[in-house]
Design a protein around this ligand. Structure first.
Ligand code: GRF
Length: 184
């Protein structure tokens, strides 16, 4: 069975979507462990409740080094709201094995500093008519790897960063599972 490690920094609703899909036999894979660069991430509680091993890594230069032994036995790594940047060496070693989720229609609104609400605020500031979410492969260039799956949503006239974030979260929970199904 395919084994994955899920990397998180916060709430972990996308991690929960994977946990639920596995539980409901929609996805046939094993979440070997959940790794967080934030000891207070709520996603760690979600992992523990599901009986999944958890690990904490320290943010900073040595992060990728700390990660190596933790992911040694997995086939794929899923970045589900993981805020640290993995080193170029690490990304090269794991070409087409690390998947990331991004809350915009990449290549738009990607790159350094473009995460969470920063993305949605920038999208609304530019009066975009549509936004969406992207699942892509991770390479050394931030948010630049090949796109696996993308889904679009319309932006309504009274949209706020919060309502857009909610819409996009729902899309993410769906396309992340679809992308994992495609890969396994
Ligand atoms: C998602 O919006 C994802 O696109 C981004 O971080 C967020 C994580 O949300 N990379 P959650 O922690 O899974 O709820």
């Amino acid at each position: 069975m395919v084994k994955i490690a899920v990397l998180i920094s916060g709430n972990g609703s996308n991690l929960q979507a994977i946990i639920d899909a596995v539980k409901h036999k929609e996805l046939d894979l094993c979440i070997e462990c959940v790794i967080s660069d934030n000891p207070n991430a709520y996603g760690l509680e979600r992992a523990k409740s599901a009986g999944i091993k958890t690990h904490i890594v320290q943010r900073g230069k040595e992060l990728s080094k700390q990660m190596l032994p933790l992911v040694a036995s997995v086939d794929y790594i899923v970045l589900a709201g993981f805020l640290s940047i993995l080193s170029a060496d690490f990304c090269d070693k794991w070409t087409n094995k690390i998947m990331n989720l991004h809350p915009s229609l990449l290549p738009k609104y990607g790159g350094k500093g473009m995460y969470g609400m920063y993305v949605h605020k920038a999208v609304l500031k530019n009066n975009e008519k549509q936004s969406g979410a992207t699942v892509h492969w991770v390479t050394a260039g931030i948010d630049q790897g090949a796109i696996i799956l993308q889904e679009t949503c319309d932006i309504s006239l009274d949209e706020t960063p919060e309502t857009l974030a909610n819409k996009i979260h729902k899309i993410e929970h769906k396309i992340l599972i679809e992308a994992l199904k495609t890969i396994i």
